[in-house]
Every structure is written in structure tokens, then in C-alpha cells.
Design a protein around this ligand. Sequence first.
Ligand code: ATP
Ligand code: MG
Length: 553
Amino acid sequence: MENKTSSSNFIKNIVAEDLKEGRVQEIATRFPPEPNGYLHIGHAKSICLNFELADDFKGRTNLRFDDTNPVKEDTEYVESIQEDVRWLGFDWEELRFASDYFEELYDRAVLLIKKGKAYVCDLSAEQMREMRGTLTQPGQDSPYRSRSVEENLDLFARMRAGEFPDGAKVLRAKIDMASPNINLRDPVLYRISHAHHHRTGDAWCIYPMYDYAHPISDAIEGITHSICTLEFADHRPLYDWAIAECEMAAVPRQYEFARLNVTNTVMSKRKLKLLVDENVVDGWDDPRMPTISGLRRKGFTPESIRAFCREIGVAKAYSVVDERMLEHFIREDLKLKALRTMAVLQPLKVVITNYPEGQTELLEAENNAENEEMGKRQIPFSREIYIEQDDFMENPPAKYFRLFPGNEVRLKHAYFITCQEVIKDEAGNVVELRCTYDPETKSGSGFNARKVKGTIHWVEASQAVPADFRLFEPLITNEAEEEDKPFLECINPNSQVVQSGFVEPNMKGIAGGEKFQFFRHGYFNVDPKDSTADKLVFNRIVSMKSSFDPSKA
Ligand code: ATP
Ligand code: MG
């Protein structure tokens, strides 16, 4: 990441300066999503930036839906976006919609026409593109550019009245077809679209373009700092033009920052929507999705996402953030909060032959070895337990310290056991182990007559609670995307693997959204949708350890 100390937030310096110089009295920002999909981690960066900036300077932030493209928009998205912003921990001053301003936007467009600053153009989209010129060649004037004010007023009113079909006419700004900035070559301000709008219904059949609606909406709301991503830097002269020519009382200013990109993470709403529509994932909130709702369902906390956004900072230079950075922050957040329990993901039955039949004892276990305040719990132990299949090898390599024939290991929170016999099925698969335990070695008894190198986890068999564990990998890898293959052919077939095993009996009935650290397996979240009283379902948020050091990123 470039220039950590000062890049941490260059916009903050601008705001501080503006307040000091008296250019603004109170700062106002807005988060302006288009309700055409669910929010993703990239949006989280923009949300944190806008809300925290205003908070830092005792200003205000609006949530404004940029709903000027009815064909793609939906109230489902309007609702999910509000839920996600709130969940991240932010509260907007006012909830607004660009569609609230359709009447005023129309009136200001009429003003532009009256001032000779806009005209109705009959060129097709194709013709307009051809006449726009290139970076090295100026564009050509539209033959409709010289229409009179009266004619333009009449045509624009008839566009609104629904007299023309989609695409027949547009309203264009009259700026400069020879401008070195192509955005200023008479950009389209209004288009005809006979589409039903999720809020205004069929009241309108002309809709303002982003480049026109956005600056005017900002000005109407008295936004002082309008923050957007870098692609809009070239649009800034048009932003300023619209505010000046529409004679807006308030004059917001636009600032651009680099959008967030994360390794192995799809960050385009269009592609995410494709994954949903093609049923590659279980909806927008599938735990593999980089959406806020997907991250929430996977088990990320608002704190971890906000800490991540703070750490990556706000820069002008394009960069790609390592996905392990986000994982680092959820580990940090849960380290002292999550209950540490034992789960067996791929069970292998162990019978402890010298443990009395029919006996169960309760062993004491600390809930979080690094946080005493979390107290202790009791876990049952008896003659039959499950261990992890991986924790046994019949013919181990050197330095394998877990269970193998004749070897002794420690059972976490319990006793030392020694593997005496291996039971196999007809196909030769190991199906059960016979072990002996040493009653002297009970955990907490201070036993130190001999040491063992391996400690493994386990769950008592008769009371074990069945559970499914979902383990994730990236949905798609960046490497795969670079191969120029169609996006949907780049899906990682192992993006979700489900294992069926057991958790401790005291986990029975836990609620969706509860988070745990499973000894050696990592952090898991109870899936809020699929987990039931009969079958718990856990999503792995992140594995235990990573070599990743954010201070070196
Ligand atoms: P997409 O390209 O995924 O459709 P978008 O930019 O069109 O995203 P909007 O709903 O218009 O989506 O975005 C709302 C706000 O979030 C905008 O101000 C935009 O700049 C910001 N934003 C979107 N993606 C990112 C990102 N990856 N990093 C930072 N900010 C982002
Ligand atoms: Mg956008």
C-alpha cells in the first residue's frame, strides 16, 4: 500500500482546511448507492469514508439512493442497502432518493434550455457516438444543436408527456464539441425510457442521467464534499458546469479516491448479480459472496470491516488489497470474544477400552484461554469419543506427533491416551480405534511424570451434537479471470466444501449468528438461515492462523 501515514485519508486534510478557511461551516457528505444490487466490501469503504468523515468533524451524512435507472432498480435492493449500512454501525441524517428531485431536476433542465445551454437532439446513440470524436479529434456538432429555445421547450415538454418512443430523442447539454474533455462534448442529460420506476411508478417516461442528477442532488441536499471513485475525475468539469449553469444556491465539490479492490474477490455488481441469477450461489447473502450480507452471514463483524476500511486508508493511487488483510481483522476482533470449544469435522470413533462402561465424568474447560473473564464450562467424557480422522495415521511420517499405533497423545482438557488397535472395514478403511487412557494424566492434575508431543481435540460420542461445517475458498480466482475465459467458467469448484461432524453437547440450540473458535480449525459462525435445532450448520469465517502481517502489506 502506498504511503501509509499521509495517505491514511487525504480527504480528511481537505475538510480540515475547508473548515479552517471558512469555505464551509458544517460538513455534509452522502453515500449514494444505485439500488441495482446488494452492497459489497468496496461500498463498505465508501460508507466508512463518508460517515466517519462527517462524524470526525461533527457534520452530517445522507443516504441517497441514486435511482435514475428504473430498469435495473428494485425495492429489494433499497431495503437491503439500508439494512447493511445500519448493520455496519452508521445512521444517516436523512434518507433521500434522487427520484425525490425529479420535478426540480426537470425544472432546472428547462432553465438550461431557456439559457440556451441545452437542446433536444434526435440523433441515435450510434450516430452520437460517431460524431463525438476521439481523444485526438474534435467532435462534430449535431444538426439539432441550433434548434430554437421555443422548439426545444416544446420538444422537451412532449418528451415528458410521452409522445416519443424510447431512444427517439434526448436532451443534451450545449457545451463544446471540441473540448479536449470528451465528457464536455454535449453530454446527454435526459433520455426517454417508458419504464416503471420502483418509486415514481409511471409518472415519468424521461429520466435524468447520472452526470446531471448527481451534482444537482448534491446541491439540493447541501452536500459540501461529494466523494466518488477515481473514474469520475474526468467528469468533474461537467459536475461543476451543471451546478453553475443550473444556478444552484449551494456549491458542493467533488473529490475522487481510488476504489477498493481485493485479491481473489469479484467486485462488480453486474458479475455478482450473474452469480445470483445463474444460481451459482445461494443468493446475494451466500457466505462466499463479498457482499456485506454475505460477509455478515459468513460471520464477519461490523467492527472487523470498519477496522479493515480504516487500515487500508483512502488514497488517490490504484491498489489491490490482500484478502488476508480482512481475515486478519476478524481474527483480531474475535480472538478475545469468541468461545473456544471443540468440534470434530471428520469424525473417527475412539473406544477407550480401560474406561469403565456406562460412566461419564464432567471435565472443566476454560472458555477462552486468553480471556479469563469468559469463565469455564463442563464437558462430558466417557468411554467413546470422536477424534478427527486427520489426527490418526497408521503409517506416519517422521515428526508426526498425533495418534498412530503405539503412540500416546494428550486429549485437550482430558487425559493421555495410547493407540492400541486399529479396526478396519472390509475395504480396508480405518473405522475405529481402540485406545487406553491413563487416569493419572487428567488435565489440571499437575501430572508431569512424562511428556507427550501431540495434543488433539475430541467430542464425547453419546452426547455429541451433529453439525455441518462449510469450508470456503474463493468463488473465483483472479488468476482464472485473467485467462480471458467467460466469467462463469472461472468458478472455483471447491468454493464450498461441507463436512459433517460433531460439536460439544453444550452447543445444542445455539442461535444463528453466534461465533466460536473451534480448537485448531478456526473461527466459525452459526449460519442464520440454514442452521436448525436438529442440525447445526457452521460457516468457517477464517482458519486459525495466517503468516500475513498487515504492517508489512
Ligand atoms: P459496481 O461497479 O459494483 O456496480 P457502482 O460504483 O456502480 O458499483 P454504486 O451503487 O453506484 O455502485 O456505488 C455507490 C457508491 O459506492 C459510489 O459512491 C461508489 O463510488 C462507491 N463504490 C462502489 N464500488 C466501490 C469500491 N470498489 N471501492 C470504493 N467505493 C466504491
Ligand atoms: Mg455507480
